[in-house]
Each structure stands twice: as C-alpha cells, then as structure tokens.
Design a protein. Structure first.
Length: 123
C-alpha cells in the first residue's frame, strides 16, 4: 500500500496557517510547538516542522539539513524550557496506521511531569 501524500487540510496545517488557534510554547523559522489539546501527562507538548512532512521518515528523507537541525535542536530546547529534563520525559512519534497516527503531519509528543506508564500496554 502506497504512503499517502501530504494532506494540506490536516489540523496541524490549519494551525500553521493560523486558521485555528493553538497554545504556542515555541516557534522559529522551521518549527512550531504547542500544548496538546487533550494532554495525557502534566506536560504534553507537540513539536511540528513547518514544512509539509507526513512522518519522521518523510522528514528524514526530504527535509533540508537546516530543517532537520532546527527540529532536533527545538526538541531539546522545548524539553528544557518545559522543565522536564531533570526528571525525564518521553518522545513519541506515532506513524501511520500501525503507529496509530491521527494527524498526518509529523509531530513529536513530549510527555512528562510525572512518572509515565510503561510503554505499549495492549489496547
Ligand atoms: P497522534 O495520534 O497523531 O500521534 O496525535 C495527535 C495529537 O494531536 C493528539 O494527542 C491530539 O490530542 C492532538 N490534537 C488533535 N487536534 C488538536 C488541535 O486542534 N489542537 C491541539 N493543540 N492538539 C490537537
């Protein structure tokens, strides 16, 4: 089954265009980060590239070096600013159907602020 192309009507594309609001925690030329609308931990931030990438593998293959550096550095800056570095946190990038990705624009979840459940309980 072919990987779907980028859908410019996905909800994070609308946030990037300013069509719907978000609770912004970080922005630079290549990256936007905002609080998840349905947080699953005391800290739950979503970090997205501004470019139209569906997944981490799409991003790693097609993004410029500048975008990849900015995204990686932003995740580090945001975790520090959120105050979760010392006690720790989890990064998650759900990808396509088996990864249960709901929004088809690359996003990394930063989850922390409490001791998280073990990974991968059976759904
Ligand atoms: P996924 O399942 O694709 O990895 O995660 C998508 C995440 O986006 C979910 O945690 C969901 O709560 C969040 N989300 C969906 N719609 C919105 C929205 O309109 N605003 C914000 N801030 N988060 C959203």
């Amino acid at each position: 089954m072919a990987v779907k192309p980028y859908d410019p009507e996905n909800i994070f594309a609308k946030i990037l265009r300013g069509d719907i609001p978000c609770s912004k925690v970080f922005e630079d030329d290549h990256v936007l980060a905002f609080n998840d609308i349905a947080p699953q931990a005391p800290t739950h931030v979503l970090v997205i590239p501004k470019g139209p990438y569906t997944s981490y593998d799409d991003f790693a293959t097609h993004a410029s070096d500048a975008e990849i550096i900015a995204y990686t550095r932003a995740i580090g800056k945001i975790s520090a600013a959120a105050g979760v570095n010392e006690d720790g946190y989890r990064l998650i990038a759900n990808t396509r159907e088996h990864g249960r990705q709901d929004v088809p624009h690359l996003h990394v979840h930063i989850l922390g602020g409490e001791k998280l459940p073990l990974m991968l309980p059976k759904a």
